[in-house]
Design a protein around this ligand. Sequence first.
Ligand code: GH3
Ligand code: MG
Ligand code: MG
Length: 330
Amino acid sequence: MDHRVLVVDDDPMMLKLVSRHLTAAGYSVITAENGVEALRILHIDGPALVITDYDMPRLNGVELCRAIRSSEGIGVIYIVMLTAMSEDEHLVESFEAGADDFLSKPVTRQELLARLKAGSRIVELERSLAERHMAMHKANAELAVLNNKLDAMATTDELTNLPNRREAIRYLHDGWAMSDRQSTSLGCLILDIDNFKSFNDTYGHAVGDAILRHTAGMMRMGLRKGERLARLGGEEFLLMCPCATLDGLRSTAERFRRIVAESVFCHGGSEVRLTISIGGAMRSVSTASAEAMLKKADEALYSAKNSGRDTSIICMGTDDLPTCSATSEQ
Ligand code: GH3
Ligand code: MG
Ligand code: MG
């Protein structure tokens, strides 16, 4: 408990009297002869208990109260106004200015100590409330950080750091909804590493994981504005291309196919060549839903695999697969 008291009075006799009572009761007393001096003391780790005279030159008691209450640098302060005048208007003025209590002159020892004791209790309460408030504030901030981490964990694929399957499906629906809202075109691509199983079989699962990370990283670097990439699962990725034209989607698919084909994955001192096959679909008037568009892309991917891999096939939603466009540079 803080046992320091600041006594402010321009009357040296009064300062002496109050200080004597307080010192005898175990308080440590600091004195100031006017409000300006009191403010200076309060700004540098001053006491939380202040007894101030009402009538003082320069800054009077009421002005001192206002200055304390409007100062951000001063913490919890309990102010007792010392006044020779007990007219209601002075009391009201003091309380409105921020005084917590008042004492009428002549001051008796018992009343002075009783009022200060009550003040100390309130200071302690206010301080513990402020501490609790701070602790709650800190806990809330920590919770917000944790929630952000949880959100990221729920939407991120651990292996590749790309958005996960749940996010992929959200991207698909978001894209669909935006295309509805803005009457814009929409395309999507499924990108699948060729013969990935054989890498697992040849080099082991850990190297397979590294290949997945490498491929995801390469594709991420190749992203352009508006394109959204996510891992659908296994060695399959989804790329959403809002506002794409059929030609645009074709060239996007080729861009990604080349990015992977031209990338170098090194293992055991040698270079491992990787390729991907890509199936794509454009939303058309006959595409019933986002899922139907994804299914079309998957069918196109199946065709790409059947036509020898390292290739991309894109189809319009209305097209049957045989008329889809296939592009590759084999
Ligand atoms: P295709 O060219 O037809 O796509 O053949 P593929 O071998 O790439 O495809 P397939 O579906 O036959 O095999 C995919 C393999 O990917 C099987 C599965 O064990 C492996 N796989 C799926 N997820 C992971 C993973 O997170 N890490 C590793 N290392 N392997 C994975
Ligand atoms: Mg594959
Ligand atoms: Mg696959």
